[in-house]
Design a protein around this ligand. Structure first.
Ligand code: AMP
Ligand code: ZN
Length: 137
């Protein structure tokens, strides 16, 4: 646990939250400033900032919890769809430096927007970038 971390303190029960799920590896509660009704955050118990810092059971435990909580949100609220995403790094919108996935229930015409302009990439750039990435994996 990181004492300076808001989400670690929520997991420890020091700060109130609307909890929806917890197990050995993961914890889930409602986002306090929801984009939509039922906006839920799912996080590992262990304090890490990036997805790549998680390994083994902590990683598979988070993935399993994310799937489980998303299924629960669907069953309980019957949205038409879900956005499931992680903001990693300040530039990507990560405000709380404890890794967490957002689950946002979606309805047609709900006004939620994730639209950005499309980046134009030349054919050779696609080739270069796919090679660069695949070589590191
Ligand atoms: P991110 O921008 O991906 O780091 O997301 C952080 C999220 O945490 C935001 O959507 C906030 O609304 C949410 N949040 C901040 N403080 C709390 C809190 N005390 N309880 C629940 N959610 C919170
Ligand atoms: Zn933390």
């Amino acid at each position: 646990m990181s004492v300076d971390c808001l989400f670690c303190r929520i997991i420890a029960g020091e700060i109130p939250s609307y909890n929806v799920y917890e197990d050995e590896f993961a914890f889930a509660f409602l986002d306090i400033n929801p984009i939509a009704r039922g906006h839920t955050l799912v996080l590992p118990r262990v304090h890490v900032t990036k997805l790549a810092e998680l390994e083994g059971e902590a990683l598979s435990g988070l993935a399993a919890a994310l799937q489980r909580v998303a299924a629960g949100v669907e069953k309980a609220l019957e949205p038409e769809g879900l956005n499931i995403f992680i903001n990693q790094g300040e530039v990507a919108g990560q405000v709380i430096p404890h890794l967490h996935a957002h689950i946002v229930p979606r309805e047609k015409g709900d006004g939620v927007r994730f639209e950005t302009p499309v980046v134009k990439l030349a054919e050779e750039e696609f080739g270069k970038v796919s090679e660069l990435i695949s070589k590191t994996i």
